[in-house]
Design a protein around this ligand. Structure first.
Ligand code: UDP
Length: 379
């Protein structure tokens, strides 16, 4: 009856379902949650504001194929994101750039640091903070230490509950110094939000007669793996299984649990038109939360109330909260490799996505990855 089973109706699973459905394949798409779109899921709340249930998701890409592909399913609202970071009692622009320099240091020092940055790095470059820390220039090392201490260290400790040296370079590279005055959080060519939200975008992606969506259903209720073979509703299944969930769950966690970091998302209604001066303000220090998002600054709407979200990082406990971020320690990688070796025994299973590949994918990266997997499976 079905040519393919896809587990998970997040971005990866939905794009792959659409691509194969467009070839005429019959797809069974199985989703555990009561909604589609995975962690991109958004909805209009009681205040009439579009909120992102699993934390702020801001689309940006340099990849024209990803942009063109998604543009078939949504119109866009141009949106260039700005984040501020609360240090020494006030919010200043992030990534740390020349504007930030002048907001936190007296003019003479800011000028000196600006000159040092310009003579060491190309204008318009992003320099990871850990790289700046190695600079032979003592003024730049001073700047790196300042940013490390005020922006990076305590945020990272709260977010990951790990010392910074145990965290992968892929994460730490996300805190750069920007050589220039561009205050935007991203510099990509395309920066925009789906005009009617991510949920509507994914709904449009899945609007295909060849896709049968089974909601509220755990993959264990429909599929079973035994000795290199896949069973669907108890019958041997020879089609492909695309799995986008946690890889440890696919194999009954037999090599132990893969660690994730979770976040307690606390939404609050504020009885005022405005709450803060930027869509997102990060709080590296002093508080238990890491950042506050004000959603009407992302999706503008005229209301006399505003919805904010405070994010409190927490331990991931299976079945109790959501697995947001894979924790990239060496131990976790070793465990992941064991699951990968197990996966390799099943020729007809492909694991894709943030959970299944245990990778920190941005939205555009995951769409690109899904399109690549589609091409590879067609070869
Ligand atoms: N980070 C930080 N200070 C900040 C923002 C980010 O130290 O003000 C570090 C922190 O380790 C975080 C990582 O950079 O986990 C990635 O942050 P980003 O906001 O890019 O990631 P998101 O949580 O939105 O995926």
């Amino acid at each position: 009856m079905f040519d393919m089973v896809i587990i998970g109706a997040g971005m990866a699973g939905s794009v792959l379902a659409e691509r194969f459905a467009a070839q005429g394949k019959k797809i069974l798409l199985v989703e555990r949650r009561r909604h589609i779109a995975g962690n991109c899921y958004d909805e209009i709340d009681d205040n009439g504001i579009l909120i992102h249930k699993y934390g702020p998701h801001l689309f940006h890409t340099d990849d024209v194929d990803v942009w063109n592909y998604l543009s078939r399913f949504t119109d866009w609202q141009v949106y260039h994101h700005h984040t501020k970071v609360f240090i020494d009692g006030k919010p200043v622009p992030l990534p740390f750039n020349f504007n930030t320099l002048h907001e936190v240091f007296p003019k003479s020092l800011a000028d000196k640091l600006e000159t040092a940055l310009l003579s060491n790095y190309e204008y318009g470059k992003k320099v990871p903070i850990l790289e700046l820390k190695q600079s032979p220039d003592k003024d730049l090392r001073f700047l790196a230490d300042f940013i490390y201490e005020k922006i990076f260290l305590h945020y990272t400790e709260k977010q990951w509950d790990l010392p910074p040296e145990k965290i992968s370079g892929a994460v730490t590279a996300r805190v750069p110094v920007f050589i220039g005055r561009d205050d935007r959080y991203f510099n990509d060519r395309f920066q925009a939000l789906p005009k009617h939200g991510y949920t509507t975008l994914v709904k449009n992606i899945l609007d295909n007669k060849n896709i049968k969506l089974l909601m509220n259903t755990d993959f264990n209720e429909v599929t079973e793996l035994r000795d290199g073979e896949i069973f669907l509703f108890g019958q041997k299944f020879d089609g492909r299984l695309i799995y986008t969930g946690q890889l440890d769950e696919l194999f009954g966690k037999k090599f132990g649990e893969l660690p994730y970091r979770s976040v307690n998302m606390k939404f609050e209604t504020i009885n005022a038109e405005d709450f803060q001066e930027a869509p997102i303000i990060n709080y590296p220090n002093n508080y238990d939360f890491v950042r506050i998002t004000e959603f009407k600054k992302i999706h503008p709407v005229k209301t006399d109330r505003t919805t904010i979200l405070r994010e409190y990082p927490q331990k991931y406990i299976s079945g109790e909260n959501e697995p947001y971020y894979p924790i990239f320690t060496d131990e976790a990688r070793t465990a992941y490799e064991k699951y990968s070796a197990e996966l390799a025994k099943y020729k007809n299973i492909t694991a894709v996505g943030r959970l299944a590949e245990y990778r920190y994918y941005d939205i555009d990266d995951i769409v690109k990855r899904a399109l690549e997997v589609f091409d590879a499976l067609n070869e």
